[in-house]
Design a protein around this ligand. Structure first.
Ligand code: GAL
Length: 954
């Protein structure tokens, strides 16, 4: 006998997008039609399989009173039912499209609601789901409405005839896995649930259904043309422009255009017989012209980021305030663009982009990356049975979001290979909306796209593309280039951003890029701090690859965001200290500099002695001016290091930042630092146990430093090891050598220190050693030479590599332990972390911090917190001057403990503070997904000599 028990769940594995839903349309909030949010607490029952329970729960009268409760919007796996799963591109189930596993967590949701007393009895009603992962079947009052897939897309059902004044029963069955899951293989947590709003909308007779605002701008005439096409006829008014026209009619008037820099929106209204809808109109024209992306006649430069929706407790169920926080953080860090990787965001996010000004690449909810493992065989995007689902997704995105001026590109999806389905999507989109361009990265021949887009191309290749020497199809050669992903912000880094930006600003064809990515998707966890892949016992996972954002899970900016802000600052400030001028360049595409106020200040040894306003002309985009600085303050004597700092600040409060918010800055030296000098006048003397030199004592047998004045210093020795960063380790598929791995192989984390000699000379104590790893012939001949003038102590370290060094060093310097330390002061780069290729934002000045505040809490602990270009520092009662400048880190744990930690909570602070003073650090790069450090940031094993002058702070 052969039979199937699962007929009722066939839709789950059906490649079709669904049935019963209304055609897609624009998302808008009516001024007068009633709506009822169905967000809140719902009854919830979890079943292990799609067909475990029948559908009687959808019947009115069914008693779900004993069920659990979940919050909607929300993901049930973040509310104590089951667990999240993280994979990058591997499907967490067997690849056998469109079949999914029998184990298919299925959440039945029930919500009973009454209509408000003033709910009108005429007209219809629509039930809208803004996002459900991954497949839902819906009933209202026992009547099935339909089922749908397309997790991050809206679906609406006509329900007017089914509504009752009270006791309406809305039942939704949600399956974690469905045929749709094959189209949603994005690199993120798999998080089932009703994770966006559920809303009941009254639809009065004669109300608007769908409308399309066409608002273009002619940069030659300065006029905008408005036409609003609407399914239901009505009138369109824009009071500020004296516009009052019928739908479908065009009107051309002088306007201020919309751009990400000048987001001028005009309030308007679409009024039909049954409804009035507020409009926010931005006039702008996007074209591909002369091989460039132009908006309002000008080529633009994307300074963007990829944004996934993320909240450490709520997953992808974001509230409006969190979305606004994202936009404000972006604007305050000089970003001008967002790619909504890899799906259309909550619609309210796009309202914020319109309002505050961000260029948007709106990406479709489509990724089939896992098929790469079978050389893209059976890829749904090249199988016409799936094409209706692809077209459905494209239409749901375009129709929902078409009225946002911020959206300048539609993106077909991400990492889905190539195929006829994508071409069908592109053709449909081009036909439906000729006012925007089409993006897709996965086809380097650009068959369907209006831009050549790549991810993680190395600097040299980007330069080649900039020079148009990259070849490719004829079509591609004529297209502009963007990096839709670059600068992989996983852990410490990304390095090399300034080098990319320089290229973007040098070649017209390069129109910028989008950092991968905005936020670490860490999940708040009571024992681990933030959880990442594998922390929920997933059988297949990709670890902390899910934590690769410019902000931490709690939205604290990481040093990567601070660096990016500096690298993309919209005003160039370069000076010449000698002749006292500063060259200011307006790097905006549209705005002049009138919104900014400039300020100069003059520092002597890092301390500001005078400051004042600097008058800078309101330069037009692209213009530069040389501005004379005032005379340097009279008492800024010789014998000190002096410099100018010029800053560009917001001249007044704006929508996104307060007056005085810093937008850009530059520093340039006037006189160089006098190096510390210590006359070697003291002579070392020895007792049985100790050697004395100036303020210091040493172990007589080993020559190891023990005290400086009253300060105990222990374990001082050469150090080359740092806890490898995610970018040091690199991803296995990257082509650059993965030095993090090789460092470990060659034992740089277990160097042995052989003592060769302790020599007492007339004016110096010299300790000769060889520092080398077991098993290898390579080593570092290391000599510590101590001298003193009786008060200060000078240590000169000379390092000579021996053997055949084939790897750079992670770091080169000394480390030691202080029994006690808390506050740290320094004159050098700050206030934050910096490494050789991440130090654009490191500002030279006087800084202070506590040891704890020096740490950058990467979700997976790793090397962090170095401060660059340090002239001197004070810590734990010691003053340390560098000759030359140095880097330092200070922590309450050892590098070995940092290296061993997997989560923040693995690090337990002790009283001892471990200080590293480094002569060099190896670059960071972006090899966790991208290039390693560029050669100029390598710390090669080469002969080196460096000194520190140590004294007790009085
Ligand atoms: C890209 C992909 C992203 C993310 C990134 C690495 O290939 O589009 O979704 O996986 O790599 O973090």
């Amino acid at each position: 006998m052969s039979f199937r028990t699962t007929t009722a769940i066939d839709y789950v594995e059906d490649v079709a997008p669904g049935s019963g839903a209304l055609p897609p349309r624009a998302w808008y909030a009516s001024s007068d039609a009633k709506s009822l949010s169905l967000n809140g607490t719902w009854r919830f029952r979890l079943s292990p399989t799609a067909g475990a329970e029948d559908d009687s729960f959808a019947e009115p009268g069914y008693d779900a009173g004993a069920w659990a409760e979940v919050a909607v919007p929300g993901h049930w796996v973040l509310q104590g039912h089951g667990s999240p799963i993280y994979t990058n591109h591997l499907y967490p189930f067997p690849v056998d499209p469109p079949r999914v596993p029998t184990e298919n967590p299925t959440g039945d949701h029930v919500r009973v609601f009454d209509l408000p007393d003033d709910w009108p009895s005429d007209g219809g009603a629509v039930l809208r789901f803004d996002g459900v992962e991954s497949c839902a079947r819906v009933w209202l009052n026992g009547t099935e409405l339909g089922e749908f897939k397309g997790s991050r897309l809206p679906h609406e059902f006509a329900v007017g005839q089914l509504l009752k004044p009270a006791g309406n029963v809305l039942a939704v069955r949600v399956h974690q896995w469905s045929a749709g899951s094959y189209l949603e293989d994005q690199d993120q947590w798999w998080l089932p649930g009703i994770f966006r709003d559920v809303t009941l909308l009254h639809r009065p007779t004669g109300s608007v259904r769908d409308f399309f605002v066409h608002a273009s701008y002619d940069h030659v005439t300065g006029e905008g043309t408005l036409r609003v096409d609407s399914d239901v006829e009505g009138r369109v008014t824009v009071p500020a422009l004296d516009i009052d026209v019928a739908t479908g009619e065009s009107m051309t008037v002088a306007v201020e255009p919309w751009s990400a820099e000048t987001p001028r929106l005009y309030d308007g209204r679409l009024v039909t017989e049954g409804e009035s809808v507020p409009l926010r109109i931005g006039f702008r024209t996007v074209v591909l012209e002369d091989g460039l992306i132009k908006v309002n006649g000008k080529a633009i430069l994307f300074k963007g980021v990829n944004r996934h929706e993320w909240h450490p407790e709520k997953g992808r169920a974001l509230d409006l305030e969190t979305m606004r926080e994202d936009v404000l953080l972006m604007k305050r860090h000089n970003l001008n663009a967002v790619r909504t990787s890899h799906y259309p965001p909550h619609p309210a996010f796009l309202d914020l982009c319109d309002e505050y000004g961000l260029w948007v690449i709106d990406e479709c909810d489509l990724e089939t990356h896992g098929f790469v493992e079978q050389s893209w065989r059976d890829n749904p995007v090249d199988d016409e049975r799936w094409t209706p689902a692809l077209l459905d997704r494209a239409a749901r995105m375009v129709e929902r979001d078409k009225n946002h001026p911020s959206v300048v590109f539609w993106s077909l999806g991400n990492e889905a290979g190539t195929g006829r389905g994508l071409t069908a999507m592109a053709e449909w989109i081009h036909g439906r909306d000729s006012s925007r361009l089409v993006h897709y990265e996965g086809d380097w021949n650009c068959r369907d796209t209006d831009v050549y887009s790549r991810m993680y191309a190395f600097h040299d290749e980007v330069e080649k593309i900039g020079r148009k020497l990259d070849g490719g199809t004829r079509k591609r050669r004529e297209l502009p280039f963007i990096q839709c992903e670059y600068g992989h912000a996983m852990g410490n880094g990304p390095g090399g951003l300034a080098d990319y930006q320089k290229l973007f600003e040098s070649y017209d064809r390069l129109q910028g890029g989008f950092i991968w990515e905005w936020i670490d998707h860490g999940i708040k966890h009571p024992e681990l701090g933030y959880a990442y892949g594998g922390d929920f016992g997933e059988e297949l996972h990709d670890g902390n690859f899910v934590c690769d954002g410019l902000i931490f899970p709690d939205r604290t900016p990481s040093p990567g965001l601070v660096e990016y802000k500096k690298v993309i600052e919209p005003v160039g400030i370069e000076g010449d200290g000698a002749d006292g001028t500063v060259r200011v360049t307006n790097k905006y595409d549209f705005a002049d500099l009138s919104a900014l106020a400039f300020e100069w200040s003059y520092q002597v040894d890092g301390e500001t002695v005078e400051a004042g306003a600097l008058s800078v002309p309101a330069l037009a985009p692209g213009e530069s001016a040389d501005v004379k600085l005032p005379e340097p303050p009279a008492d800024a004597r010789g014998g000190s290091e002096t410099q100018w700092t010029v800053r560009a600040l917001l001249a007044s409060d704006t929508a996104w930042g307060p007056k005085d918010h810093e937008v850009a800055w530059g520093q340039f030296p006037v006189s160089a630092r006098p190096l510390p000098a210590v006359a070697a006048t003291d002579r070392p003397t020895a007792s049985e146990e100790l050697i004395y030199l100036g303020p210091a004592s040493f172990d007589a047998r080993t020559g190891t430093l023990k005290t400086i004045g009253g300060v105990d210093v222990s374990a001082l020795r050469l150090d080359v090891w740092r806890a490898p960063t995610d970018n040091d380790d690199g991803a296995e598929w990257q082509t650059d050598t993965r030095y993090g791995m090789l460092w470990r192989k060659y034992g740089l984390h277990r160097m042995q220190h052989r003592l060769d000699a302790v020599e007492l000379g007339d004016d110096a104590l010299t300790v000769r050693t060889r520092v080398a790893p077991a098993a290898w012939e390579v080593g570092l001949s290391t000599v510590y030479r101590w001298t003193s003038d009786g008060t200060k102590l000078r240590l000169t370290v000379s390092v000579a590599p021996e053997g055949d060094w084939t790897v750079p060093l992670p770091r080169l310097g000394i480390r030691f332990a202080l029994a006690q330390a808390d506050r740290v002061k320094w004159f050098g780069g700050g206030p934050g972390e910096a490494y050789p290729d991440t130090k654009s934002a490191s500002m030279l000045g006087r800084w202070h911090s506590t040891v704890d505040e020096l740490q950058t809490p990467y979700v997976r602990p790793q090397e962090n917190g170095a401060r660059a270009d340090v002239r001197w520092m004070e810590i734990g009662g010691l003053r340390i001057e560098g000759d030359p400048e140095f880097w330092f880190t200070a922590r309450r744990w050892t590098t070995e403990q940092l290296d061993a930690a997997r989560h923040r909570t693995d690090l337990t602070p002790g009283d001892t503070v471990w200080v590293n003073l480094d002569h060099g650090q190896h670059g960071i790069g972006s090899q966790s997904c991208g290039p390693g450090p560029l050669p100029q940031y390598f710390l090669r094993a080469e002969p080196a000599e460096f000194s520190f002058v140590l004294s007790e702070v009085n």
